[in-house]
Design a protein around this ligand. Sequence first.
Ligand SMILES: Cc1cc2nc3c(=O)[nH]c(=O)nc-3n(C[C@H](O)[C@H](O)[C@H](O)COP(=O)(O)OP(=O)(O)OC[C@H]3O[C@@H](n4cnc5c(N)ncnc54)[C@H](O)[C@@H]3O)c2cc1C
Length: 243
Amino acid sequence: MSDTPTPRDELFNRRVPVLDKGWIELQDLMGDDLAIVNAARVSFLGESKGSEKDKKLLFYLLKHRHTSPFEQVEFKFRVRAPLVTWWQWVRHRTWSVNAQSGRYTPFEEGDFYVPDAWRLQSPDNKQASLGELDADRAADLTGKLLAHYEHSYRLYQEAIEAGVAREMARMFLPGFAVYYTWVVKVDAHNLMNFLRLRMAPDAQYEIRAYAWAIYEHFFKPALPWTAEAFEKFIIPTLGPMAG
Ligand SMILES: Cc1cc2nc3c(=O)[nH]c(=O)nc-3n(C[C@H](O)[C@H](O)[C@H](O)COP(=O)(O)OP(=O)(O)OC[C@H]3O[C@@H](n4cnc5c(N)ncnc54)[C@H](O)[C@@H]3O)c2cc1C
């Protein structure tokens, strides 16, 4: 057996940076494109019919929403993301999650999300942003945000030093901005549902950054045929990350 790492091995050796302090790593992966095809062919004892026919069958399955074979592939990620992102991520009930809670591990000074731009509220869509604040006002607001983090963190430390339990001291922290590291697991069918919703231009920028990173760095290289079919049948009009 060769010791040369395969493209699949390389998926496990990368930490993909997201936002200012976040990242995603792949911890485990069960199955590949062929596993999906073989699950659909279970009545034929999982025999491959050659890659051209296998790929055609996979495209047929996704086109006609025969989704259960895609549930045979599972991804497990370790993700560091701010709470503003987790808040949206956990709405996807088909993911299994294990969360760093802040009850056991103390937070550190640098555990807060600092956005690189201040998006403006869209005038006609309550859930959307449109454009960015000008550079001078943005720099002023960022300075105030950093001062707010510093002040909150000092109060947090003061409570810890007074002997208060970490589970209560964390109330001093700016909740939405705190980074947490979670382990999350999902099958390929439900991951595609997450990607369809969260890569879309109407999803919040922060979670879109994570969805695109998962798609480009893990989903696409792990399941190239599925990704091709996904782009053809599920998200044909998806805009670019910046769109
Ligand atoms: C742009 C955007 C804006 C959003 N805004 C809001 C908002 O303002 N407020 C808000 O509360 N949420 C909001 N959400 C969250 C949204 O309502 C969904 O909860 C989230 O996108 C998860 O989608 P899902 O249910 O398809 O995924 P999952 O929970 O992963 O479920 C996948 C599929 O499994 C099935 N399923 C899972 N659990 C059940 C169940 N208990 N019963 C029946 N079927 C089930 C459904 O078919 C579902 O589509 C928003 C989402 C997006 C993308």
